[in-house]
Design a protein around this ligand. Structure first.
Ligand SMILES: [Fe+2]
Ligand SMILES: [Fe+2]
Length: 310
């Protein structure tokens, strides 16, 4: 980690402490087991000699299954995420307490979603386990391992992206039990986003030009945390076509709101590089908006055609 990052993390420590306390006061305790319809479950074949999984057992649409598996595999990589943020933010003091608490909260997400999927026989359990092994074996690496600012900026956007993705996956499932579970998970992700967004805001006060550049870099190169999942490109197209996570949502509900909350386009105190980064960011957002509109227009036209053909 570079020296500027160590200094910044130290300067942010009191803000971390204050917001950690606020987080602990706001986050409500919840129990994954309460969200799983255990009575729908039965033994599988193999060791217990139960019934093998068959596609007809699943009541979910193809795309809902894809999105649930992507969301679960994303959550499954928690050991790698923990490693990355523990190395970056440290394991001591308020940062360390946050890192461990965050990890503990994230640990519920994968547990709850897996229990739901297996109990309801929503997905092929063997394919799921193989995909988990492949995905976790590849690990996850922070794109900017040396920069605390880039790390904070990435997690702020990533938490909100994950929130939107969970919430819309729940809606797409058409199962009120699934929707309820994913809405609960999405609530956690929202509180995580608020914590990191608050850190970014504080960083703006301490190092405005560097913060603007980090946000520019992270927004421009943004990739979902699960981008290393096998066939991710194909799966993410399917997810976008269903409107679970697409460029329009990415622009309107993820990047846009955080930039607005941070008053990125209205703040003073920038010089040279910072001002340049803000211009890059504005140009990037305009392009993203155009691409998002092109995508939704094409999608609307395809849906219209499909309706006419039906
Ligand atoms: Fe999560
Ligand atoms: Fe989270």
């Amino acid at each position: 980690m570079d020296r500027a990052s160590s200094a910044l993390l130290r300067d942010l420590e009191p803000v971390v402490e204050e917001n950690l306390n606020r987080h602990l006061a706001t986050a409500k305790e919840w129990f994954p087991h309460e969200y799983v319809p255990w009575s729908s479950g039965r033994d599988f074949d193999g060791v217990l000699g139960g019934q093998a999984w068959e596609p007809e057992h699943s009541t979910l649409s193809d795309v809902a299954r894809t999105a649930l598996v992507v969301n679960l595999l994303t959550e499954d990589n928690l050991p790698s995420y923990h490693h990355e943020i523990a190395v970056l933010f440290g394991r001591d003091g308020a940062w360390g307490t946050w890192v461990h608490r965050w990890t503990a909260e994230e640990g519920r997400h994968g547990t709850a979603i897996r229990d739901y999927l297996l109990t309801t026989r929503a997905v092929d359990p063997i394919a799921l386990e193989r995909a988990r092994m492949t995905h976790m074996s590849a690990g996850f690496a922070n794109a900017h391992p040396d920069s605390a600012l880039h790390g904070i900026a990435y997690v702020a956007f990533q938490e909100l992206a994950t929130r939107v993705s969970h919430r819309n996956t729940g809606r797409e499932s058409g199962d009120p039990i699934c929707e309820q579970l994913l809405a609960r998970v999405a609530l956690d992700e929202n509180l995580h986003m608020i914590f990191y967004r608050t850190m970014l805001k504080a960083a703006f006060e301490l190092a405005p030009d560097d913060t603007m550049q980090a946000i520019r870099d992270v927004v421009r190169d943004f990739q979902m945390p699960g981008h290393g999942i096998e066939n991710f490109a194909r799966k993410s197209v399917q997810i976008a076509v269903a409107g679970i996570y697409d460029l329009r949502l990415h622009h309107d509900e993820v990047i846009g709101p955080i930039l607005r909350a941070l008053q990125v386009f209205d703040r003073g105190g920038l010089s040279g590089e910072g001002e340049l980064a803000r211009e890059d960011l504005a140009a990037y957002m305009a392009d993203l908006d155009k691409s998002a509109s092109r995508f939704t227009e094409r999608r609307d036209a395809n849906r219209q055609r499909a309706r006419t053909a039906a």
